[in-house]
Design a binder for this molecule. Structure first.
Ligand SMILES: NC(=O)C1=CN([C@@H]2O[C@H](COP(=O)(O)OP(=O)(O)OC[C@H]3O[C@@H](n4cnc5c(N)ncnc54)[C@H](OP(=O)(O)O)[C@@H]3O)[C@@H](O)[C@H]2O)C=CC1
Ligand SMILES: O=C([O-])C1=[NH+]CCC1
Length: 195
């Protein structure tokens, strides 16, 4: 959990995070409850499930219960976008997304809206079969200049964007194995100027 004052109760690879926050400026008292579980087998449940509770700061009464899934997806991508805006080299042209989950999708959407990337490349574990360890190490071990080469599929922004469930359809323009991007679930994101 990333919010100040957050607490997480852990049971193996299963977490319940409690993320309370108070903003005097917004007159808002709130907490998010989020479970994040390692996905097992072919479970259909999302790995992250969240609910947001909104309280009246004056009397402490509960005022609203909100589904936290969209809030989590959009808020996390928005914070990444702010960091990217401040840190990304001006020459960056390639957006590389590692993983193909909820965050991958929300990051893709906001990054393509805000930044002039000319190309997007993506990778997902399931395509790698026995080579899963290689993907696990991507974010930590791969030299920056190698990152795009590790990606499994690519689409040029200049080409017509065919959509498939809201995502670009990585098809004929793909290099390497064609990825039915996405299936269900993103583990990391990086912007690279490497060609
Ligand atoms: N900082 C913040 O505020 C937040 C951070 N997060 C973090 O962002 C990350 C992504 O979350 P989310 O998109 O919701 O999760 P999803 O479960 O939707 O997606 C996870 C993706 O990571 C891949 N993956 C999982 N384990 C491995 C592994 N061992 N090796 C390679 N790939 C793997 C999955 O592959 P496959 O499809 O094959 O299963 C899937 O593509 C998580 O680490 C999450 O905790 C999320 C929300 C908020
Ligand atoms: O903000 C959030 O919902 C989470 N951060 C890490 C795991 C879940």
């Amino acid at each position: 959990p990333t919010a100040p004052g957050s607490r997480a109760t852990t049971l193996s690879a299963r977490f319940l995070g409690v993320m309370p926050a108070y903003s005097a400026a917004d007159d808002a008292l709130t907490t998010k409850l989020v479970t994040f579980y390692e996905r097992r087998g072919d479970s259909a449940a999302p790995s992250h499930q969240a609910t947001v509770l909104l309280f009246d700061p004056r009397c402490g009464s509960l005022r609203a219960v909100l589904d936290g899934s969209v809030i989590t997806a959009k808020r996390t991508a928005a914070v990444s976008a702010i960091a990217t805006k401040l840190l990304m080299p001006r020459s960056a042209e390639v957006l590389c997304i590692l993983g193909a989950g909820v965050q991958a999708r929300s990051h893709y959407e906001i990054f393509m809206e805000l930044f002039p990337f000319t190309e997007v490349r993506g990778t997902r574990r399931s395509l790698l079969g026995a080579d899963r360890a290689a993907v696990r190490g991507l974010t930590s071990r791969l030299p920056k200049e190698k990152l795009p080469h590790a990606c499994h599929t690519t689409v040029k922004r200049t080409q017509p964007q065919r959509k498939q469930n809201g995502w670009p359809s990585f098809g004929r323009e793909s290099r390497g194995p064609i990825c039915a991007f996405p299936r269900r679930s993103g583990c990391g994101i990086a912007a690279s100027s490497a060609r």
